[in-house]
Write a protein that binds this ligand. Structure first.
Ligand code: 1CP
Length: 360
């Protein structure tokens, strides 16, 4: 592998290159099955709620020491195989100068919904210099994590655009779907703008020390395959192409995507994140049996009886064997009311199940 990254980057310097996560992401055999959880930082942890007291969500993302502390909390507590950077998909919007707040109990709310060609034309470009607090936070995290890799992330063009167009969370995405149908040219311009923003945000995290990058297209399962191919895939492809030279593993995830998995792969991902609408063995077969997978325990199982949960965890691990590499995760984020001790137990159980022996 060659990296367009500084010599002291954890992948280049060798700290994380042979970690279980990076070995699995790159299809190499592992001695322990790597596990991390989407949305492991925050929400479910009392130590998170304590340090967040009196500080708004977006302010906490932009305070480097605090964002770094929150990123490391679940790694210390659960012994997961990766940190996921504590931030949000709307952080680069804010740093580009767009009015946005994260309202507790609601999610991202925009100062103004983006609905017209004029709205899109007025969107400012993100100046990489504005990402200084992100770079600083990532630097602090990787110094603490040492041999444990940090995963950087961003929102994919469609999902991030849907928040801009709707103005506030609305899982049905009515205004977004209307713009796609009635004004595809403007929609295309909007997605191209988000793709540039997202690429800049991802590059900053990798250059500052992240060892892998995940693109979240959480709501893309709302689209048909034809809509995705025509209107969305070219922009997600542009994002993956725009980070390819960095040489870090690239993960692509969305929910309700069983019909879209081949497209998520074709957009340029190295690893496909699988949600709960398909099993890992079915997903592997659909993708030709040679793609590394991440997933896919149903988050709802975290509140089930331990015996039932343990049975599901074992099943997900067994099904992951169908792929050339498997990183254990949930099919979506950790629910806020999850008992953190259950997450720790899941990590212990996953680590106790030996991965299949593969010759190097
Ligand atoms: O006040 C709070 O604590 C706000 C809750 C919160 C948190 C902890 C939000 C608001 N975002 C986050 C952090 C966050 N967001 C992370 C942290 C790192 C980790 O995974 O541990 C990540 C990766 C995200 C990414 C994110 N934000 C996504 C993609 C992943 C997913 O869950 O699908 C999306 C869709 C968002 C938007 C968002 N931000 C916050 C909320 C509640 C939402 C979802 C709103 C909705 O339902 O549409």
């Amino acid at each position: 592998m060659t990296f367009q990254l500084p010599d002291n980057h954890p992948l280049v310097a060798g700290n994380t290159a042979d970690s279980a996560l990076i070995r699995a992401y790159t299809g190499r055999p592992v001695t322990r099955r790597p596990v991390w959880f989407m949305r492991q930082a925050g929400r479910s942890l009392p130590e998170y709620r304590k340090v967040r007291e009196g500080i708004s969500m977006l302010d906490s993302c932009l305070k480097p020491e605090l964002a770094a502390e929150i990123t490391c909390q679940p790694v210390r507590r659960h012994d997961v195989d990766a940190g996921i950077f504590f931030s949000d998909i709307v952080v680069p919007l804010k740093l580009a100068g767009i009015e946005v707040e994260i309202v507790p109990g609601v999610g991202p709310v925009m100062g103004k919904a983006i609905r017209t060609a004029a709205d899109v034309a007025a969107l400012p470009e993100l100046d990489p210099a504005a990402l200084a607090p992100i770079r600083e936070a990532v630097g602090i995290v990787v110094a603490e994590l040492g041999d444990t890799p940090l995963i950087g992330f961003a929102g994919a063009p469609f999902t991030l655009a849907s928040y801009l167009v709707e103005g506030r969370p609305n899982r049905e995405l009515p205004a977004t779907r209307a713009m796609l149908a009635a004004d595809p040219h403007t929609f295309n311009q909007l997605l191209a703008w988000v793709a540039r923003l997202t690429t800049t945000f991802l590059r900053a995290q990798a250059e500052a020390g992240a060892s892998a990058l995940q693109l979240f297209d959480s709501w893309v399962g709302r689209l048909s395959v034809a809509e995705y191919e025509t209107a969305v895939q070219p922009h997600s492809t542009a994002v993956f192409a725009g980070i390819a030279d960095l040489g870090v593993p690239r993960v692509h995830f969305g929910t309700a995507t069983k019909d879209l998995l081949p497209n998520l792969l074709a957009a340029g991902a190295d690893v496909v994140g699988v949600a709960t609408d398909i099993t890992l063995s079915q997903a592997s077969a659909l993708l030709g049996g040679n793609v590394v997978l991440q997933g896919n325990l149903d988050p709802a199982m975290l509140s089930a009886k331990w015996s039932e949960l343990a049975c599901e965890v074992r099943q997900v691990c067994a099904q992951g064997e169908a792929a050339p590499g498997h990183v254990f995760n949930l099919g979506h984020g950790v629910p806020p009311d999850t008992d953190p001790e259950v997450l720790t137990r899941v990590v212990e159980l996953v680590h106790s199940i030996p991965p299949k022996a593969v010759k190097e």
